[in-house]
Design a binder for this molecule. Structure first.
Ligand code: C2O
Length: 540
């Protein structure tokens, strides 16, 4: 195993990713942030120096952080924010997982201000061979999709979270591939805009060997549909789970999800080997209009080394289809490694909704509760197993028993928007899903949480369900997921639409005993206190 060490300076910048200048928060002045690439088993060390004007944090999305929960980077859950002028070192081992991940700030919605980047874990040995043998590829590229706002998330949030906003999520006016797009500046007269030196994302691919494209949706809000002109491609990875290749033409991807697709070069290339990749935001899933909207962003796929100036023809683009606002249908995707879900021992029944209660403030609710985290007092520091509805304790196995709790969660979405839910520290099995109410045998009784057990539907038992870390529950639909609570720590479980998370649509699982997550000798508590004291001083 190798130690991979990075030094990151976080600072405020003005940048024009698509032509329009806006204030951003960047790592080492780059957007998207630097790639972290490692092998399974490596140690990652990231020295973060915060030279910005806001407090910050970095979360490693999808990483297990086994025995390093306090490195999860989740403000209000595992740490206080890193105040301006402070440094903090993240240090953790990457083990037991491979594939496509990412990192982002977990301080409010700073991810949408530029604090995002890719994190790739390469498999070693026979696992790697097995996956590659299914569909060989010779190169590997990152395709990072983001929706793009022209204002800092902090100012958009003030409006969104103010009384009477009726859950009107700000609509992103633009979208980017790998931090790039080209707007027509003359159509945006009120903006400071220049596209000089801006280009579309360019992917120069071999014309003789397959390429693996790692698609990441790092958006705050938008679900994307991705196509490549005149190409079918094969899905081979879902949130770090290698799957049997499945050929598709169009990839739907929700915020925080990742897929790998393998692209085969066309036998007889057209257009001098240049093709558009098109990522379209599913804007009909937005409830509101945005006058400056550019819903589609293009990248250029080129099978020769010299066609960077060749513009593909665009006439063969089919009319956009009104797609459902939901995940790619993953029910036919089968993990390479067979891992059946064990029978649940704990059933939770969660109902999500948006409600306007006090002062007509619209908040996200799980059952009857809205999450309000305290940035100066992370729940990890008060680690105490309770049955608090939103800070929910799951004990470690009893002595001699040795069986971990197997948690089954039924989430019913009573809202008119989709919610991509993400669980920190784990992958979960996606057991089953459907529209409307769950089948009666799977339906919960009362509205309280935790609910009495509901009987799972045995006929739906899949011997090898998909495992992932982010799943979308479409509007007025339900999904049942399952995980083995074998990773001690305080783990957030929340909707990954940034607006919804900030409105309280989430909860925290406390897994294991206090002793398992607190190790005074490691000195992490002192480090944590240092940040908390600094942050309190800054606030006070
Ligand atoms: Cu991408 Cu709470 O995380």
């Amino acid at each position: 195993a190798t130690t991979r060490e990075y030094t990151w300076v976080i600072a405020d910048h003005d940048l024009n990713p698509d032509g329009v200048y806006r204030p951003m928060i960047l790592i080492n002045g780059t957007f998207p942030g630097p790639l972290i690439e490692c092998n399974e088993g490596d140690e990652i060390v990231v020295h973060v120096h915060n030279q910005g004007i806001n407090a910050t944090s970095i979360h490693w999305h999808g990483l297990y952080q086994n025995s390093s929960n306090w490195m999860d980077g989740t403000v209000g859950v595992t740490q206080c924010p890193i105040p301006p002028g402070y440094s903090f070192t993240y240090r953790f081992n990457v083990s037991g997982q491979t594939g496509t991940y990412w990192y982002h700030s977990h301080m409010s919605m700073q991810a949408s201000d530029g604090l995002v980047g890719p994190l790739i874990i390469h498999a070693k040995g026979s696992d790697a061979k097995k996956a590659i043998q299914k569909l060989p590829y010779a190169q590997d590229r990152i395709v990072m999709l983001s929706d793009h706002y022209y204002d800092l998330s902090s100012s958009l949030l003030v409006h969104y979270l103010s009384p009477g906003s009726e859950n009107a999520e700000p609509v992103p006016p633009s979208a980017l591939i790998n931090g790039r797009n080209i707007r027509n500046c003359s159509a945006l007269p009120t903006r400071t805009c220049t596209t000089t030196a801006r280009t579309n994302a360019l992917f120069a691919l071999s014309s003789t060997t397959n390429t693996r494209l790692r698609i990441l949706n790092v958006a705050a809000f938008a679900e994307f549909s991705l196509q490549i002109d005149e190409h079918a491609f094969d899905v081979t990875e879902v949130d770090g789970t290698d799957v049997h290749p499945q050929s598709i033409h169009r990839l739907n991807i929700s915020p925080a999800q990742r897929y790998s697709i393998v692209v085969t070069p066309p036998a007889a290339p057209k257009n001098k080997g240049a093709y558009w990749m098109r990522a379209r935001m599913l804007t009909h899933c937005f409830a509101y209009e945005e006058p400056e909207l550019l819903e589609e962003v293009w990248g250029l796929l080129s099978y020769t080394t010299t066609t960077t100036t060749t513009t593909p023809q665009t006439t063969d683009w089919p009319q956009p289809i009104e797609l459902e606002c939901r995940d790619l249908n993953t029910s036919s995707l089968t993990p390479l490694r067979v891992l059946p879900a064990p029978p649940p021992t704990l059933y939770l029944n969660l109902r999500t909704s948006f409600q306007s209660r006090d002062w007509r403030l619209s908040r996200g609710y799980i059952n009857e509760h809205s999450l309000r985290l305290n940035a100066t007092r992370p729940v990890l520091y008060d680690f105490q197993l309770t049955t608090d509805p939103l800070v929910y304790g799951i004990p470690s196995p009893e002595e001699g028993n040795g069986e971990y709790t197997v948690v089954s969660i039924l989430i019913q979405n009573f809202d008119d928007g989709a919610h991509p839910f993400h669980l920190h520290g784990y992958k979960f099995w996606v057991m089953d899903e459907g529209a409307g109410y769950p089948p009666s045998s799977a339906s919960p009784s009362p509205s309280t949480h935790p609910s009495p057990p509901y009987a799972p539907e045995p006929s739906l038992a899949n011997p090898n369900p998909l495992r992932r870390d982010t799943v979308t529950i479409p509007a007025y639909s339900w999904t049942r997921i399952q995980f083995v609570a074998d990773n001690p720590g305080a783990w957030a479980f929340h909707c990954h639409v940034g607006w919804h998370a900030e409105a309280g649509l989430g909860m925290v699982f406390l897994v294991g005993g206090r002793d398992e997550v607190r190790d005074e000798d490691e000195g992490w508590r002192a480090e944590g206190r240092r940040l908390c004291d600094g942050y309190k001083n800054m606030k006070g």
